[in-house]
Design a protein around this ligand. Structure first.
Ligand SMILES: [Zn+2]
Length: 292
């Protein structure tokens, strides 16, 4: 019974978080205006989960929380809009990172705010597949830096760049020391899947660390099945007929391998994996706040 209740609560909290994804979805032209406002349990209180999303706040709300000194840190989610095989929506990396960021911020409410996610990343390696959008590395880094500088201007002195797309990870990490110095604030960068270890990955995934983050495989598909199942669409996907039209036969082989691996995905695995990532990010953020 406990398990059923905890699964139900988890799904309620995820659906609240998903309902609050209006910022990212507005950026891809999807309206979720029809979804009613919901509340999430935070400690012994129930609050609207949109309260931790900067773009959903009014300037009065942000000003007041800054002036009261309760707001200590910001998370800047970075994602991508890129092909995710035949069965998963392009926005996956942005939506998954935002969901982890929002739930971590809710755990630390009211001390952490989530900035508007960066919805396009560095994805030139996927341009052969239709639909992918990519930014040049300099453009992407300039956008992220300007967001950090804006946050610093408003008085935020702890910023975590929380990434959800492999192509952004290296460039972000290598910029951090320089940006930290330029901005004179505490700044960290990580990808949310750094939460996983050989042990916890093996506990929930058949393919283990080999497919974390992988690409549209067991890990990402499980995440999506748990958090936003409408973004997993396998109807009509038939690898015996699909024409991938990729120049490299290795790329085509990998594409099929990711798809086969995705068939291992379940919502239950996704729920367990999301919990690990959310707790890990909340802990990281809380350490940053303590050190400041
Ligand atoms: Zn992805």
């Amino acid at each position: 019974m406990d398990l059923t209740r905890s699964r139900r609560n988890f799904l309620i909290s995820l659906s609240s978080a998903t309902a609050a994804l209006t910022g990212a979805e507005a950026l891809v032209g999807v309206s979720r205006a029809a979804i009613p406002a919901q509340i999430s349990r935070v400690g012994d209180k129930y609050i609207n989960p949109k309260k931790v999303l900067l773009w959903e706040c009014t300037r009065k709300e942000i000003r007041e929380v800054l002036e009261s000194d309760r707001l200590k840190a910001a998370i800047v989610p970075t994602g991508s809009t890129e092909q995710h095989n035949e069965h998963l929506a392009m926005i996956h990396d942005t939506a998954s990172t935002l969901l982890v960021a929002q739930n971590a911020a809710l755990q630390l409410y009211p001390h952490v705010i989530v900035a508007t996610p960066v919805p396009v990343g560095i994805s030139p390696h996927w341009m052969e597949r239709k639909g992918t959008l990519t930014l040049r590395q300099d453009t992407f880094l300039a956008v992220v830096f300007d967001i950090c500088e804006s946050l610093k201007t408003h008085g935020l002195r702890n910023i975590l760049l929380l990434n959800g797309h492999g192509g952004n990870a290296g460039p972000l990490k290598s910029q951090v020391p320089e940006w930290r110095q330029k901005l004179g604030i505490q700044l960290e960068a990580c990808s949310y899947w750094e939460a996983y270890t050989k042990e916890n990955a093996a506990a929930y995934m058949q393919s283990g660390m080999a497919m974390i983050p992988g690409h549209s495989a067991e890990f990402e598909t499980s995440f999506a099945l748990a958090a936003f199942p409408e973004r997993v669409r396998r109807e009509g996907v038939d690898y015996s007929k699909v024409k991938l039209n990729l120049k490299s036969s290795k790329d085509a082989e990998d594409d099929r391998m990711y798809y086969r691996d995705s068939l291992l995905a379940t919502a239950e695995k996704g729920e367990a994996l999301i919990r690990i990532a959310v707790d890990w990010v909340a802990e990281k953020m809380s350490q940053m706040i303590k050190q400041s």
